[in-house]
Structures are given as structure tokens and as C-alpha cells.
Ligand binder design. Structure first.
Ligand SMILES: Cc1cc2nc3c(=O)[nH]c(=O)nc-3n(C[C@H](O)[C@H](O)[C@H](O)COP(=O)(O)OP(=O)(O)OC[C@H]3O[C@@H](n4cnc5c(N)ncnc54)[C@H](O)[C@@H]3O)c2cc1C
Length: 556
């Protein structure tokens, strides 16, 4: 046992993706901050077969390459992702004979496929280079929060009136104690503070997953002997996408990794595909043979290249509170996690780390942070709840080639027009600004919930035609522009207008989707959606652009 507890400004428990990126962010922001990261695993960690969380989307990617300035690593040591790609390929062997949703070319704002082993080794080195203390092969054993009876007497070197949090950790045979003004739980599913304070909160989104890595790339482009089909994409690199092989109640992911391996996963609603049908590698292969035979065909000869196999039941979870004015916080999986269908895990890490960094900045400036922590917690939870609506009870839609393309367009528009604008334009912590667009944000949230209910009910009525067509996102100019607009520079007035335009865009899109559904329109969901679209708002609508928003090629 250390004779005297070492004192730090911040102790981060868990040096995975969330903990290491937070350490980097803190050291970049405050050159005199003392940060200790305690990580259970020994470094360097293995490449490829390390952790899930390999596909990133725009917010998470922007956090890594721009906010943290890790562009060189992302561009040279990881793979640029060729966006999402969805195939309605259940029971099919020819990918060129089914409906494909995805872009023919790269859009402007990049995202990455992340080999988590390569990334975490790099992040740990970077955190140390920037001046953080990172101890690996070390285990947090006990936490005494400031104010706990067990922690009476600890005091801060900075402001002696407030007690410090205390952490007891071990490394080999040695036991250490450390104290800090701030303590952050980045322990992933171990959720140390969550358990201690009883913050676990179940959500109603019930899905399970199994995944494994194969030590070779899986080249989707070569699956079909059809030059014209391959030439639809430029570059002819569909394998760089996060490929979703979809069916009713599930999807299968294919994610390439820079180390040369490929990650394969099955995520399913247990009402339609019980976990017990795919929770070993052998069972997963049998399952693929039945539901996604093209994936099975390509993996069958590579069984000897299997690198690992894992599964997780009911992985989606909430958390009652993630930020506290008592100077503790939870980030990453230690807090909440939604669903990997659109890879929002690193987005939520990006947002919570930015909130935590900002709270620490206000605290260091000597300000009270009680109210601010509460507001950030509410905002973070409202982002979680509105994003949860994209997934909860929506898995049956994944097998509908008529409704899934519409849902993907809607979900993306909601993401790029609202949440991504807030993050890219650095307004996450601008409470005055977010307050001034509250009406728009709430309207978008209600519209999204009504749309998700509508899409689900609509999908119960469609004929599920699955024509051989590529629905090209890069062929929708407004969609390409919306993606590009994340890089605009906006003053306050322009940002406010941007969110109003986004609200207007969602209303137009909802109207068009409503009109398209005429042949199989569900009620009362249609009426409820229409009523929201027609609802008067106090802010003047932007000048509506003309033209259709949805794919012309899509017939309903
Ligand atoms: C099926 C599935 C698929 C997913 N796919 C994606 C995806 O494609 N994209 C995406 O962005 N996200 C995805 N996620 C979410 C992904 O898990 C998170 O984005 C990310 O891994 C969370 O990082 P983290 O740092 O919070 O947790 P972790 O990376 O798990 O890190 C936690 C760290 O804490 C350490 N630790 C635990 N207990 C202790 C202790 N007592 N003392 C010290 N250290 C400790 C662990 O060793 C670990 O390194 C997926 C999740 C699931 C379940």
C-alpha cells in the first residue's frame, strides 16, 4: 500500500476508447492538468480481435480526426469507411439481384473503420506523450466518492474546503491509493460508479449480438461475377463499407480492419432470432447458411482463420445520471449504449467527453457547476432518447426492401440536420443557443418518434418487393449537400437558421414519405404524422426548396 495517496486533478478509471480519448482531450485543453488513467488490460493490446466498436460515423470521426487532431493516424493507420451499405440479401446468393442502399462514391465528411487494438495502443502512447499518466495491467478495486463516510478527511491541494474522491487500485501485488478532485468512470460495462450509486437503468430495446473476426479481408466486390455491378461504385471498394446484410428482425455486419482482418457480427431481435440460435461459432455459421447464404459461402472456407468469438445479451442500456456537480462523471459504455446499427457508440463518447471537459473547465475557473452538470445531463439523455427511437421495435423493418431505404434516408437526415450540426458547429455546450432553438429541437424529436411509429406500421402492410437496384445516396444532391454542410462555418444567426432549415427539411421529407405511402398507408399513424407536419410553429419556415427528396427508383 502507498504510504501516502497520490493526488491528481482527474482520475479516469478504464483506459479504453472513452477513457484514453478523454485523457488526450484534457491534456490538450489544460497544459497543467494532472490526469491519471488506470487500465485493467496489459499494453500493448492485440490487434484485430480486441473489442467491438469498429465502425465510426461522422460525429465520432470528427471527434477523433479534428477535435482531438488525430487525422494523420486515422488517415494512415486506419481505413476510410465507404459509408454504410445495406443489402436486402436474406436467403439470396447474388448481391447484384437485390436492393442495395449506399453511396456510389465517397461523401465529403469522412468516417473510419477502426481496428480497436491498433487505436487503443496509439491512444495510450499519445496520452502519455501529452503528459497524462497511464498505468496498464492495473485494476480499480474500490472507489470512495468525496462525501462518502469512508472518505472523510481527504482534502484538495487546490481548494482545501472540498474533499477529494479516492480510488484504490492494484498492479501485480502492489496496492495503491490515489485521490482526485474529479473522477471519471470509463470502465465500460464494468460500470464502477454506476454500480456503486445504483444508476443502472434498463431500456425497452431488447437485442442481442454475436461477433467474431476472421484473419483475412472479405471482399464483397468479388462476390458477384458482374463487371457492371462492380462498376457502379467508384472506387470499386464496397468492402470498405460497413456492409449490412439485412433481413426481418436482424442484420449482419461486415467491417474491414486495417490489420487485415474482417469483423463479422449478427445483431438480432430475440423475438425473431433467439440468441441461442447463433451463440457459438458453429451455430452462427449454420445460422448464416440459412439466412445469409452469401456470407456463409465466403466464410466457410476460412473457418481456420477464426480469431475470436463473443456474444452479448441485451446489450442496450441506459443510466440514470452521467454527469454530476459533485465532480464525477461516466463516459462511454460505462454510461449508456444504444445499438450498433448506425454505429453511434463513438458519437456518444465524443459528446460525453466534450461535456466532461467543459464541466472541468468551469470548475477550474472557480464556478459552481451544479446547475450546468444537471443541464448537460438532461441534454445528453435527450440525445440518447431521441436516438433510441431509431432502433427500438424497428428490427422487423430491416427485412423490408421498400421501407428500409426510406427509413435510412430519414434517420440520416435527422442525424445530419440536427445532432451532427450541433456537434460539428461546436454548440453542444452553448446553453443559450440550444435554449433559443428549443422549439425546433422538440418538434424534430416529436416528428422523429411519429415517423418511426409510422414506418413500423407501414412496413407491416407493404409487399416487400426486392428489385435489383442500387439506391445511390450520392445521387441525391440535397443529401450530399447536407453532409457537406457539416463543414460550413456558421455564426450564431446562421446556426439558428441552420436548425430551422433542418426542421423544415424534416417536415418536407415527412410529407413526401406520407404521400409515397398512399397505397399501404397505416392509420392512425399516418394521421398523427400529418398533424405534426401541419402543426404551426412560432418561427417562420425557411423558403422551401423544390424537388423530390426520395429516390425516384423506389416504387411503393
Ligand atoms: C455488439 C456491439 C457492437 C458495437 N459496435 C459499435 C460500432 O460499430 N461503433 C461504435 O462506435 N460503437 C460500437 N459499439 C459500442 C462500443 O462498445 C463503444 O463505442 C466503445 O467500445 C466503448 O468504449 P469504452 O471506452 O466505453 O469501453 P471499453 O472500450 O470497453 O473500455 C473500458 C475499459 O475499462 C477497463 N476496465 C474495466 N474494469 C476495470 C477496472 N476495474 N479497473 C481498470 N480498468 C477497468 C477495461 O479493460 C477496458 O479497457 C458496439 C457495442 C456492441 C455491444
Amino acid at each position: 500500500m502507498d504510504p501516502v495517496a497520490r493526488k491528481h486533478d482527474v482520475i479516469i478509471m478504464g483506459g479504453g476508447l472513452a477513457g484514453l480519448t478523454l485523457a488526450i482531450q484534457l491534456r490538450q485543453r489544460f497544459d497543467d492538468i494532472d490526469v491519471l488513467v488506470i487500465e485493467r488490460r496489459a499494453h500493448p493490446v492485440p490487434h484485430a480481435a480486441h473489442k467491438v466498436g469498429e465502425s465510426s460515423v461522422e460525429i465520432g470521426a470528427h471527434y477523433f480526426d479534428t477535435v482531438l487532431g488525430l487525422k494523420e493516424h486515422m488517415q494512415t493507420k486506419q481505413l476510410r469507411k465507404f459509408g454504410f451499405r445495406f443489402f436486402n440479401s436474406e436467403g439470396k446468393r447474388d448481391l447484384d439481384q437485390v436492393t442495395e442502399i449506399g453511396a456510389r462514391r465517397f461523401l465529403r465528411v469522412p468516417s473510419y473503420q477502426i481496428d480497436r487494438g491498433i487505436f487503443e495502443n496509439f491512444l495510450a502512447e499519445e496520452a502519455v506523450r501529452l503528459g497524462a499518466s497511464v498505468v496498464d495491467d492495473a485494476m480499480v478495486r474500490q472507489i470512495d466518492l468525496a462525501g462518502d463516510a469512508a472518505n472523510a478527511g481527504g482534502s484538495s491541494g487546490v481548494r482545501d474546503s472540498q474533499p477529494l474522491h479516492r480510488v484504490t487500485w492494484t498492479q501485480g501485488e502492489a496496492t495503491h491509493t490515489a485521490e482526485a478532485r474529479w473522477i471519471v468512470d470509463a470502465c465500460g460495462r464494468a460500470g464502477l460508479i454506476k454500480r456503486k450509486l445504483g444508476l443502472a437503468e434498463a431500456n425497452a430495446h431488447d437485442v442481442n449480438a454475436a461477433w467474431f473476426r476472421i484473419g483475412e479481408h472479405i471482399d464483397v466486390d468479388q462476390w458477384v461475377d458482374n463487371k457492371d455491378w462492380r462498376a457502379l461504385c467508384n472506387p470499386q471498394s464496397r468492402w470498405l463499407s460497413t456492409n449490412h446484410m439485412c433481413g426481418t428482425g436482424y442484420w449482419t455486419w461486415l467491417i474491414p480492419l486495417a490489420s487485415g482482418s474482417h469483423s463479422v457480427g449478427i445483431v438480432a431481435d430475440p423475438k425473431l432470432h433467439p440468441l441461442e440460435t447463433y451463440n457459438t461459432f458453429e451455430k452462427a455459421m449454420d445460422w448464416l447458411q440459412k439466412w445469409q447464404p452469401s456470407v456463409f459461402d465466403k466464410l466457410d472456407g476460412k473457418r481456420h482463420l477464426l480469431q475470436d468469438f463473443l456474444f452479448l445479451r441485451h446489450f442496450s442500456h441506459g443510466c440514470k445520471q452521467v454527469f454530476s456537480g459533485q465532480r464525477w462523471a461516466l463516459t462511454g459504455d460505462a454510461g449508456l449504449f444504444l445499438d450498433p446499427f448506425y454505429s453511434p457508440g463513438s458519437d456518444f463518447i465524443a459528446m460525453s467527453n466534450c461535456y466532461i471537459t467543459d464541466l472541468i473547465a468551469h470548475d477550474r475557473a472557480g464556478e459552481s457547476i451544479e446547475a450546468r452538470a444537471q443541464l448537460y445531463d438532461q441534454l445528453y439523455h435527450s440525445f440518447y432518447e431521441s436516438t433510441l427511437a431509431l432502433y427500438q421495435d424497428q428490427y422487423p423493418i430491416f427485412g423490408d426492401p421498400e421501407v428500409l431505404p426510406v427509413k435510412v434516408i430519414w434517420d440520416y437526415t435527422y442525424y445530419w440536420a440536427v445532432l451532427a450540426q450541433i456537434f460539428f458547429h461546436n454548440r453542444l455546450t452553448d446553453l443559450a443557443m440550444l435554449g433559443s432553438v428549443k422549439e425546433e429541437l422538440q418538434h424534430c424529436q416529436k416528428l422523429n418518434i411519429a415517423m418511426q411509429n409510422f414506418l413500423r406500421a407501414w412496413s407491416e402492410r407493404t409487399t416487400k418487393r426486392n428489385p435489383a437496384v442500387m439506391l445511390d445516396h450520392a445521387g441525391l444532391p440535397w443529401f450530399v449537400d447536407l453532409n457537406s454542410s457539416l463543414y460550413d462555418t456558421l455564426d450564431d444567426a446562421a446556426f439558428r437558421q441552420r436548425l430551422r432549415d433542418g426542421t423544415d427539411l424534416l417536415r418536407r421529407l415527412a410529407t413526401e414519405i406520407y404521400d409515397r405511402s398512399e397505397a399501404h398507408r397505416p392509420e392512425p399513424e399516418g394521421m398523427l404524422l400529418r398533424a405534426l407536419v401541419d402543426q404551426k410553429m412560432t418561427t417562420a419556415p425557411a423558403a422551401a426548396a423544390q424537388g423530390t427528396l426520395l429516390f425516384e427508383a423506389l416504387q411503393h
